[in-house]
Write a protein that binds this ligand. Structure first.
Ligand SMILES: Cc1cc2nc3c(=O)[nH]c(=O)nc-3n(C[C@H](O)[C@H](O)[C@H](O)COP(=O)(O)OP(=O)(O)OC[C@H]3O[C@@H](n4cnc5c(N)ncnc54)[C@H](O)[C@@H]3O)c2cc1C
Length: 606
């Protein structure tokens, strides 16, 4: 029921178009917004809709069905939304929903809250939800959308799953593309990338495939894919284009290190297979240049690994409150073993909040056996035991008070039993910041690294759901091998920890609370930056207000400018861009000032 409403047919939007023309103006000289004279006429839209088999829709924010005065009001659909608000898959199944709800909103004057108080207040603004979108079902649909956008100078927005932490898959006055329903996977035991000689055992995934489906497919053909920690994140969209971090990255690299071929619909609409041999510069740009910038990935092909057992350490623990030394001791113990974890390809995650921590480390069996994992992690596990911190009722039925070591028959077995079962927090506003911390700091000053993370956690502790996530970086056995080959910040290949402070606010919190939370989380990221000034940040998991973002996300002005040059080749009009992406026009431009300025932290400098 709700999906029918969310995908309201085109005619619903055409009725008010004439009325809107008088009041709306284009938001940016570089693109044409609904309501401006240059926007396609109703006849143009109708003809385009026919040409793509009726797949053009008008869009409204997902919560609009709960607003009694909204044309899309529907109590049944509203009930469905409320029942599924925190369900990651459900949100990604709906174009008008984003995982972090602030990206459905624009600013405090233009939003559509998902709480009872907002429903009662009665106004559902369009926020950052594009006015129209194409529900693409094939590369040909993507091409038609791209050509229409380019012909009419529209603002392109691409939504795959809507997980983006910077709102890059949303966009006010956008003309959206939704890739979610183009799903599929194929396996080739002897894949030869176009123009190349090497052969790979490879899996090709279509644009809308999510990691759960990618993992299920890999398992079914007896292979392993290096993919995201979250089953709902898209397998070949923003995750790949921004870097692509995995539990297996420490041993086997990032998504950008594993990809061998990309079918790309360029901004001008041509479909081209891009590989390291056929178009090396564009391929490099796609390996880290970021989503929504160089075109649309219609499919991508990853080299695979054999299906293999995964050895894991699972250590949920309790701690005693903000600033306590036990919490710090957990961090310090982890920091001390980090160089060994890294050098030996052991990946994983540690969540830490003011009252609990949870660690999950994973070692693929091609880099070591269980005895090795136990030996390398023993000092950490012993610290947790001696601190009396291991959870009484151990997760996954381990022995109470002991770290659980477990071998899983495959990555799929590991993932679907552990991390893949967690429903990460979505359906709420979430603010993050982050820092990549190079391995050298863990060798020279592990206590300092622990203190920096502890300080960043303490700084946000009074915010709602405050916590810090530590992901093990990719140096590992592949260290340096892909430096410069991909376009991600090269510091990725030297960084042992990717640290992410985060906090939320209540959906109906006043603007002052939103701003205060954003400010605190942003400052906590700056505290990590102060500890590791020569680190960097991961463009997919970073504050939307990252200071000096070109340097932070790409490592140097030279790397950034090289990407700008490559982008010009595929997008001569400069129509395609995303917030703080390559070629982004900045906070004062018409494209971003309305929605990004209000919550910008004091002291923010792009
Ligand atoms: C709960 C959660 C868990 C996460 N876990 C991980 C993780 O384990 N590892 C990790 O590295 N990151 C992780 N992330 C971050 C994730 O990489 C980013 O959110 C990423 O942007 C998601 O890409 P998407 O395509 O799924 O999402 P979207 O929000 O739909 O898209 C993100 C960006 O990519 C662009 N884009 C999407 N599809 C295409 C396409 N086909 N062609 C071109 N551009 C496209 C969009 O325009 C947008 O700019 C996580 C995020 C969340 C919210």
């Amino acid at each position: 029921m709700l999906s029918l409403l969310a995908l309201a047919p085109l005619y619903l939007a055409l009725t008010p178009l004439a009325a809107l023309c008088a009041t709306l103006t284009p938001r940016d000289a570089t693109y044409c917004a609904k309501g401006s004279p240059c926007f396609p006429s109703a006849a143009d839209l109708a003809a385009f809709n026919t040409s793509i088999s009726g797949r053009l829709y008008s869009a409204r924010p997902i919560s609009s069905v709960c607003y009694a005065k909204d044309p899309s009001f529907n109590p049944v659909a509203c009930g469905e939304l409320q029942a599924n608000n925190g369900n990651d898959q459900w949100r990604s199944d709906h174009f008008g929903a984003f995982e972090q709800t602030q990206w459905e909103d624009c600013n405090s004057q233009d939003q559509c809250g998902n709480d009872a108080a907002s429903f009662a207040a009665g106004q559902c603004g369009q926020g950052r939800i594009p006015d129209y979108f194409v529900d693409a079902r094939s590369p040909a649909d993507i091409q038609a959308w791209a050509r229409f956008v380019y012909q009419h100078n529209l603002r392109p927005t691409i939504k795959n799953t809507g997980h983006d932490y910077k709102g890059r898959s949303a966009g006010d006055s956008g003309f959206g593309l939704w890739t979610h329903n183009i799903k599929g996977a194929t396996h080739d035991t002897a894949f030869v990338p176009k123009g190349c000689k090497e052969k790979y055992d490879a899996i090709t995934l279509l644009a809308g495939t999510q990691w759960r489906q990618g993992y299920e497919f890999a398992e079914s053909v007896g292979r392993t894919l290096v993919g995201g920690d979250n089953p709902q994140v898209g397998a070949v969209g923003g995750w790949l284009l921004g870097g692509g971090h995995s539990f297996l990255s420490t041993a086997h690299g990032l998504g950008v290190d594993r990809v061998v071929s990309i079918d790309l619909v360029k901004p001008t609409g041509e479909l081209e297979t891009i590989t390291a041999c056929s178009n090396p510069e564009l391929f490099r740009s796609l390996r880290g240049g970021g989503g929504g910038t160089f075109g649309v990935v219609a499919s991508a092909t990853y080299q695979t690994l054999p299906r293999m057992p995964i050895h894991a350490l699972i250590a949920p623990s309790l701690s005693l409150g903000v600033g306590n030394r036990k919490n710090n001791a957990v961090l310090a113990a982890l920091a001390r073993i980090t160089p060994d974890l890294n050098a030996n390809g052991i990946g994983g995650v540690c969540f830490i909040s003011s009252n609990a921590s949870f660690t999950l480390l994973a070692m693929p069996s091609d880099v070591g056996d269980m005895a090795k994992l136990k030996r390398l992690t023993k000092p950490y596990a012993d610290s947790l035991v001696s601190l009396g911190l291991l959870h009484g009722g151990n997760l996954l039925n381990g022995n109470a008070g002991a770290a659980l070591y477990q071998t899983y028959s495959s990555f799929y077995d590991f993932f679907s039993t552990t991390f893949g079962t967690f429903n990460e927090q979505v359906g709420a506003p979430i603010q993050i910041s982050s820092r990549l911390i190079p391995t050298k700091y863990f060798k020279s000053n592990p206590q300092g690294a622990a203190d920096a993370v502890q300080a960043s956690l303490d700084h946000i502790a009074s915010s709602m759901n405050a916590g810090v996530q530590i992901l093990m970086g990719p140096p590992g056995p592949l260290a340096g091998g892909f430096k410069g080959v991909t376009s991600v910040n090269p510091v990725w290949y030297e960084s042992a920890w990717h640290v992410i402070p985060s906090a939320t606010w209540a959906p109906n919190a006043p603007a002052s609370v939103q701003q205060a939370t954003t400010q605190a989380v942003w400052e906590s990221g700056n505290m990590l930056r102060a500890f590791a000034p020569d680190g960097g940040a991961y463009q997919n998991e970073v504050s939307p207000y990252e200071t000096g973002y070109k340097q932070s996300l790409w490592g140097s002005e030279a790397n950034y400018q090289r990407l700008v040059k490559a982008k010009r080749q595929v997008d001569p009009k400069g129509l395609w861009e995303v917030w703080n992406g390559v070629g982004s026009s900045g906070i004062d431009s018409g494209r971003y000032s309305r929605c990004y300025k209000q919550n910008a932290p004091r002291g923010y400098s792009p």
